[in-house]
Design a binder for this molecule. Structure first.
Ligand code: SF4
Ligand code: SF4
Length: 166
């Protein structure tokens, strides 16, 4: 499934296959790793909060109906496995768009996902980099790296299952 497929269709496929993926993960004792990914993602978000990045990014994202890094084009980079992981973690996916030109996952108070695409996790603009300083930036990059690696490992499992069964 490529970026040309509308995000609504990817969400629909993810909802359809998530119960099967859940059973596969249960069989292969991978559910614990999904929880582990959640912990890492929440740790990254907590770090963003503590360092003031989340506040700046949310303001930026919500300004002008989805400006900043959360524009509509980013949702096209999302693929089914990332959406499935969010479903396995109990995330409620959007049924409509909050912001006309914004990413479909952008809610009233910022991003509604737990597991996010690598751009969403580790992109920081120059303004944020300057506000953080080198030490905090290095800590954040290390944290993001661990999270993204753990997510990628699980996404590979989902891709394999997905390719064999659809
Ligand atoms: S990284 Fe910079 S441009 Fe992107 S949402 Fe945050 S403040 Fe805005
Ligand atoms: S998934 Fe979340 S962080 Fe990424 S562009 Fe959409 S709202 Fe922003």
């Amino acid at each position: 499934m490529t970026g040309t497929v509308p995000i609504e269709e990817k969400i629909s496929v993810a909802c359809e296959i998530a119960p099967r993926i859940y059973q596969l993960f249960k069989r292969d004792a991978l559910l614990e790793r999904v929880e582990n990914v959640k912990e890492m993602a929440l740790k990254s978000k907590a770090m963003m909060d503590e360092l003031g990045v989340a506040r700046l990014c949310t303001q930026c994202a919500l300004a002008g109906d989805g400006a900043g890094c959360c524009s509509k084009k980013i949702e096209d980079w999302y693929e089914v496995p990332t959406i499935v992981l969010n479903l396995l973690l109990g995330v409620s996916l959007p049924t409509g768009r909050h912001h006309k030109d914004g990413c479909i996952f952008l809610g009233e108070n910022g991003c509604t996902l737990i597991v996010r695409y690598h751009f969403c996790v580790n992109y920081l603009c120059k303004k944020i980099e300057r506000s953080l300083g080198q030490e905090a930036l290095s800590l954040m990059k290390a944290q993001y790296g661990s999270e993204l690696f753990a997510v990628w490992e699980l996404e590979k499992v989902i891709w394999r299952y997905f390719n064999m069964n659809l």
